[in-house]
Design a protein around this ligand. Structure first.
Ligand code: GDP
Ligand code: IMO
Ligand code: MG
Length: 405
């Protein structure tokens, strides 16, 4: 069975936890796009740990993990992550596989990202790295293993980016050493993945960011530079759409957004403050406060439709425990057109349905039937409005804080 995990909002829905939740029944986990702009948090021995590149399922010793060709790979970040995982006693030898076709984030990508950042990016060089990929001057992981090719490409690219005053020799030596460190993990991951699917292994394809940050389907231009969309999994890993059995959405029980761009259902400052505090809504990668909003059904509908999502994991329900009333944006006023963009989203007026809160802690609940009635009403209303089933509800940040349905 091959399943894709997709964020259905503006990222940070809890994808890291969703992968951790499904990993015990999964043999292969493959990340397909984005880069170290992602921050996927889980808890290891009750301590938070943020994954930027490696799939969070690596914590289970039985899993095989892939970083695919579609990922903008920052070797420095990856090496840091590998070293910390080793310190935590997580063995990655013969378990982590990196695509030799993945494009490398270079120092000039980060400089360029810092310089031209009108949309509030994570400054991880992601857009400029994909830009080089598309203009066909990108440096790929395989190039870090070939000194002559790296020299030629780096000299050429530095001549283009020379306004950043970056020095060839130190970058060349540093990236060759990154290549040396990573070489045992580098392989043609598309061959491996197709073979593992043929063998009938249980496979999860892990997206970063979320549908509304998708370069094609998100709130352009306030988006990331790749396709978190389920289809991105095919391009970013080298498999056919015919290989995918199911797409699972990860949906936070409310909305958050970090960086610029419209957030039509934004909470009043007073409620936002509470939700940000209860939900610890600060960027896992940049530490920026996340803006918070009510659940936005029209935007979620779009995510369900374009990804063909029939099941979701609903996360962070516990964050709403102390709110006396909870709103759901059912539709927008006077929105006849079936399309939206970042300009009309700024002006559209949400029409809300108000549900009573439950004002009861939910974190220790493990069975659906034991949830407060109003929490069940909220969950069932979401399921009804979106026309999807709930696969599980998360009610806290720890591994055990989940209710399987
Ligand atoms: P991702 O990028 O989609 O993996 O999500 P992030 O890790 O950026 O953000 C999710 C945050 O919420 C992290 O701090 C998680 O530890 C936390 N989290 C995940 N699920 C839950 C939940 O059900 N309840 C609470 N309170 N926190 C959660
Ligand atoms: P995860 O995988 C939330 C946002 C940035 C910015 C826009 C473009 O943890 O859900 P970029 O650096 O990608 O060029 O920035 O996208 N963004 C994210 N927001 N979660 C993420 O990843 C994000 N990755 C990028 O804040 O608005
Ligand atoms: Mg995140």
């Amino acid at each position: 069975m091959v399943r894709v995990i997709v964020g259905t909002q503006f990222g940070d829905e809890g994808k890291g936890r969703a992968v951790e939740f499904l990993a015990p029944h999964t043999q292969v986990i493959a990340r397909y796009q984005g880069g170290a702009n992602a921050g996927h948090t889980i808890h290891i021995n009750r301590e938070p740990f943020v994954f930027h590149l490696v799939p969070s399922g690596i914590i289970y010793p039985h899993t095989l993990c892939i970083i695919g060709n579609g990922v903008a790979l920052d070797p420095e970040e990856l090496i840091k992550e590998i070293k910390v995982l080793k310190q935590k006693g997580i063995n990655i030898e013969n378990r982590l596989f990196l695509s030799l076709y993945a494009h490398i984030v270079m120092p000039y990508h980060k400089s360029k990202d810092d310089l031209n950042n009108s949309i509030g990016t994570t400054h991880r060089g992601i857009g400029p790295c994909y830009e080089d990929k598309c203009t066909r001057i990108g440096i790929r992981l395989m190039d870090l293993l070939s000194p002559e090719i790296l020299e030629e490409k780096l000299k050429h690219n530095l001549s283009i980016f020379n306004s950043f005053n970056l020095e060839f020799k130190s970058i060349y030596e540093q990236y060759l050493s990154f290549g040396k460190f990573l070489s045992p993990f580098v392989t043609d991951t598309a061959v491996l993945l197709n073979q593992w699917i043929d063998e009938g292994k249980e496979v999860l394809l892990e997206g970063a960011q979320g549908l509304l940050l998708d370069i094609d389907h998100g709130t352009y231009p306030f988006v990331t530079s790749s396709n978190p969309h389920s289809g991105g999994a095919c391009c970013g890993l080298g498999i056919s759409p015919t290989r995918i059995d199911e797409v699972i959405g990860v949906t936070k029980a409310y909305t958050t957004r970090v960086g610029k761009g419209p957030l039509p259902t934004r909470l009043s400052p007073e409620i936002e403050k509470k939700v940000r505090e209860f939900g610890k809504e600060y960027g896992a990668t940049t530490g920026r406060p996340r803006r918070c909003g009510w659940l936005d059904i029209p935007l979620l509908h779009r995510a369900m439709m374009v990804n063909d999502i029939k099941q979701i994991l609903l996360t962070k329900l516990d964050v709403l425990d102390k709110l006396p009333e909870i709103k759901i944006c059912k539709e927008y006023k006077d929105m006849d057109a079936q399309w939206y963009n970042s300009a009309n989203l700024e002006t559209l007026e949400p029409i809300y349905e108000t549900l009573p809160g439950w004002m009861t802690p939910t974190q220790n609940i493990r069975k659906y039937k034991d949830l407060p009635t109003n929490a069940k009403r909220y969950i069932e209303r979401i399921s009804e409005l979106l026309g999807v089933k709930m696969m599980a509800i998360f009610i806290g940040p720890q591994k055990e804080d989940s209710i399987e349905l």
